[in-house]
Design a protein around this ligand. Sequence first.
Ligand SMILES: Cc1cc2nc3c(=O)[nH]c(=O)nc-3n(C[C@H](O)[C@H](O)[C@H](O)COP(=O)(O)OP(=O)(O)OC[C@H]3O[C@@H](n4cnc5c(N)ncnc54)[C@H](O)[C@@H]3O)c2cc1C
Length: 418
Amino acid sequence: MSTENFQVAIVGAGPAGLLLAIRLHQAEVSFSIFEGRTREQLLQQQGRSLDLHPRSGLAALDACGLKSAVFAHARQEANGVTVTDKRLQSWFSYPGGSRNPHVDREDLIQLLVDAVPAENFRWNHKLERVDQDNSLLFRDGSRSEPFSFVVGADGAWSRVRAALSPRLPEYTGIAGQTFVVTNRSALDSPILRNMPRTGSVFSFSDKKAFIVHYMSKDRASVTLFQTDYKPPDRGAEIDPVDEIKRTRRLYEDWDVQFVRLLEHVDPASMESWQLHMMPLDFDWPVNPCCIVIGDAASLRSPFGGEGVNLALQDAFELSGTLITAAKAPANKRQQILEQEVSKFQRTMLDRGHLAQKLAKDMQAAMMDSSTAPRGTVADWVMQRARYEFSFKSKWWRMMLPILDIGVHAYYAGVRLLR
Ligand SMILES: Cc1cc2nc3c(=O)[nH]c(=O)nc-3n(C[C@H](O)[C@H](O)[C@H](O)COP(=O)(O)OP(=O)(O)OC[C@H]3O[C@@H](n4cnc5c(N)ncnc54)[C@H](O)[C@@H]3O)c2cc1C
């Protein structure tokens, strides 16, 4: 069946947009992918290690035939998690296994970009709006032809979303920065050295976070989040050196190792964050010619750690709908799209709302309470357990109250002993 008169526009070359592009390419569906940045800018961005989950993100990559390429870059031994307080006292430790590979964002983006034919990319095309006829208007004033279907994979501040709903992300009150540490001797910091098999160290106290992730090539990323900081306006110039000085003062009464590690961050690698979330009840009337996926649909703060996995899963599932529509006779397409887009949207948003709630609750446990992590770690563990058990059978879910009692009793005991 010819798919030539079915043209898809994908806006955004993040994980969601790129995975969708790969699937459409494999199924020989016509598409263009519009990215606001240049190819070089997209590939240069570094500074985050992503944890790929077998039931969602990794499954989507596997279905595209990319699992072995991902594993070639992944650090399978480095996926443990430790939670400490500001004195480096450990409150939770999970050694990790080999099922959830960790991959640097830059490596994931590179291998996804390489799997999409170069002629399908429209680099440096920043979308301004989607018009009624499904044509795209760009910031530079240029305009595309109308498309059969427009997919917004354009992240937190999606412009495609504005064609579906006036709702915007809400500020969580938490802001921060990510830096990369490239100095090998700095990686001997006791924050990391005492936990040799650990991929990530999450330290929380005083409504602040200090998060260290191992990365490939002898690097680590340091992400700092604060609740008591009014960040500069979005897009405002921030001097990284001043920012490092300011944040060092914020962590001065923490264990000295935190400030020491900050001395080794690369100022040029700084990325600033103001964490926003879409409202938990975000939805929009189904549009059979346009949809948003990934962060554009269900933006959440990173405290639940599901972001890239949901983005990849959304893209994979939407590709099935678009491939079916593209291969159907032209007179059946509208009906197929109306039914299938509606079903997909419901599944995606239900899944997204669950992950948003997880992020909100885990964030509240560690960032809203002045007793964290000591007083809140049991709740934090149970929030994750409840989320994971929601994918299991009802027999597993019946175990939750028992687990809840056990976890709270364990931490009550630990608190008594310390
Ligand atoms: C500090 C921080 C830490 C995180 N840590 C993790 C983690 O450990 N694990 C995890 O799973 N997730 C994490 N996330 C979340 C994860 O990065 C996102 O959920 C994921 O990248 C979403 O993918 P996406 O493709 O939907 O959007 P994005 O990755 O945001 O990609 C959107 C793309 O669209 C482009 N774009 C934007 N606007 C336009 C426009 N108008 N026109 C054209 N192009 C446009 C952008 O340039 C970008 O390339 C973290 C997020 C933050 C902020």
